[in-house]
Design a protein. Sequence first.
Length: 365
Amino acid sequence: DKGGYPHFMLKEINEQGAVLRNSMAKRLAEGTVDLSAELPWTKKDVASWKRLHIVACGTSYYAALVAERFLETITDFDIRVDVASEYRYRNIPLGPDTLAVFVSQSGETADTLAAERIAREKGARCLAVTNVIGSTIAREVHDVLQLKAGPEIGVAATKTFMGQMAVLYLLAIHLAKMQGKLTPEQEKKYCDELTALPYKLESVLLRQESLQETAMLYNEARDFLFLGRGISYPVALEGALKLKEISYVHAEAYAAGEMKHGPIALLDPRVPVVVISPKDGLHEKTFSNILEAKARKSPVIAIATEGDDSLDGTADHIFFVPETLDQFTPFLTVAPLQLFSYFFARFLGCHIDQPRNLAKSVTVE
Ligand code: F6R
């Protein structure tokens, strides 16, 4: 049931406020995070893990890359994030000193399952973050955190990306606490902001019409560049993946600082540049990339923070998202990109919920 929406993808994008609330229910309350009902880990267990690996494919991998940037600021682990199809064929040091987290919406992705089996064999503690509680991965690992996003029908992952980020952030806070790395004040600050995010996200979703207008303006573009720095870089990767998956138009994401090392050669008035540029510590650096793109006459579509007028007169289109903590901006900046892709593909008449050549779960290598 599409609930009155023309596509499951649009329905699922619009459910994301509820997805955030569900993923935090019974895990976050009164300024603290408690996952001990699901994770039986003692402080001693956590202290025995020096390494933290997060392994996934596709959109789930991008959620892991976002979480990595939060984890590395609040925990003490030696962190590695990899795609499962690489991780499984490499000789990566891991063992009983490793907590290995496998992020898979379906819990059936062949490469992720294979990577998990290798890590478990080598003695790592294995945790699955999945939406499907009876899935193969959930049955095989030591521990499970469920997304609680509800079934996702659209092949392009949207609400489960949101749920994955939320669950991984809760995990980060839980681990940081067990490592004695988080003061109650810091924890409360994070929890208060996590609690506010669903409302902020819903205020973004309410303004989706303007994204439809922008998407239609660029319906003739056949190449897009997505740029972001720091925590916005994986958001750029996810934005480009959504666009190519459902519209079959070429979209490429780059870490903004890498633009001048090659991709800048692509820029001209036919190549729109989507810049994820929330007001954070790297904002000024990203702004310089916007100027570079404008100097090559590329149209710039920016995602920025409300109240930031620094892009006025520079970016061609600005979509504003509410203010949040620097480390939490992906929860708000990814939704406009999902919507942009959706409206762009819809205008082209694509099969949005079932894009060609793609399957909801990739059970073969
Ligand atoms: C993108 C998408 C895929 C999946 C990937 C991993 O929209 O849906 O990239 O994210 O195939 O799938 P799971 O998370 O089920 O392991």
